[in-house]
Design a protein around this ligand. Sequence first.
Ligand code: F6P
Length: 554
Amino acid sequence: MESELTRSPAWHALSQHFQEMKSVHMRELFDADTERFKYYSIELNDLLYDYSKNIVTDKTVELLLQLAREADLPRWIERMFAGEPINHTENRAVLHAALRDRSAKPVYVDGVDVMPEIQQELERVKHLAEMIRSRKWRGVSNQAITDVVNIGIGGSHLGPLMVNEALRPHALHDLNVHFVSNIDENHINDTLQYLNPETTFFIISSKSFTTQDTMVNAETARQWFVESQHDDDSDLHRHFAAVTSNVEQARAFGIAKDNIFKMWDWVGGRYSLWSAIGLSIVVAIGSEHFDELLEGAYEVDQHFKQAPLEKNIPVLMGLLGIWYNNFFDAQTMAVLPYDQHLHRFPAYLQQADMESNGKYIDRNGEEVDYTTGPVIFGEIGIAAQHAFFQLLHQGTKLVPADILAPVYSFQCIARHHRALMSNVFAQTEALMRGKSREEALEELRAQGLSEEQIEALLPYKVFPGNRPTSTLMFDTLDPKTLGSIIALYEHKIFVQGVIWNINSFDQWGVELGKQLATDILHELDDATAVNSHDSSTNGLINHYKRRRPNRSGG
Ligand code: F6P
């Protein structure tokens, strides 16, 4: 049965329109309209979103907007901000935006205004962070804290890590913030080997407080600390805090009541960096900068709520993604920051986007008959140029890309920054224009090659172009701007989820592997061969057991 989406008038119109557009080259669009940039770019505070280098015309944009209207997007936006339980499979509201709400208006969940509690928790987070930053918080031997280790994974790790890397220039220099996520012992061992238990503070970040990776690492951290105290755990409260919605488990682990910071079930893990999960961020950059981060996100929230759809950056970002994903059949999307401090942004966005929109069942419980979330990948733009841009320019796949670039970098050494930005401009132009056969020919002739040499080389020197990029330029990567950038992507993901009629806020797809790992864990307790799985899984487990005959269970 055809879904509501693929039956909708806008979808049909877009399918027909695609037939006209699939052979259009962006060069033609730019040649036909010298003002294209002006009409296909939007400024919001210090952000400039240029989407003119996309294979779209006014008609495309109008039809995509019609698709959004037919999906009732404005109403969905209202519903999210109003705290309705739009995460229907978990019967939860989706209120990460409330965490940065500066309006002083109430936000209700089940008839209760959640704003006072949000404020209270934020103040507690800031208080602890400032105590540590100001060296007033003392460890067991009355020394100040020198190292803070966030133990968490997924949303309890990637957001804070990405932000801390992005805002590194704003962080205190004599306080180190570390992140441990991998259950592989190398991660925690590598981190702890140079640290002093008496000056180290751990934040156990886990909404559920049951995630295996985090719990195993937390146990190791506690053991490391307690052993350093001759097996005395009475000073744990000076060295451990937790951020969780599972207070009981955190207490059972040994975290002091005053050191437990609350998370709410209406904040999804991958949207949680604005909550107490951001404690490690506040420790690093301080309360004022954290407020600026929230402020930047709040401004985008206002824009998302109030701007007309055709001038709404997250809406356009989302719709362009739909255009390529569902009509051009693009399977991927590249995110390419040209700012070294955004080097963890692609990893962060992979979780934010793919865990949200990697779904094949729609809101009615039916299998979709269209493709949903793309594979997100990316790398620092300059590094990517020397790694996978070959495929972007001359490969056989269409890879729409987002480019993020700063007008100023933190120190802005002109020699570096101008060269950096020349690459940004050159790459988006090259991807759009490509190099025609005639241009390539002229170039080879100018190099003085023989006709024979030219003939042999010419096909390789042609660039088809017509590779879409959208550029998000910002003045400089300060906390406020970063907050805005993150919120843009959060809302873009939501827009796409609404169009695809999927719930972007659950993540059932991560459960199966977790369940099986729990079962298999018991099977690793001894050296007995297993035969309860398929032959590959049995074979792998039994090989593992054979190769470490005396070490199983260890
Ligand atoms: O396994 C996926 C996931 O559930 C993510 O959604 C989440 O961000 C991560 O694990 C960590 O979960 P928690 O904060 O409960 O430890």
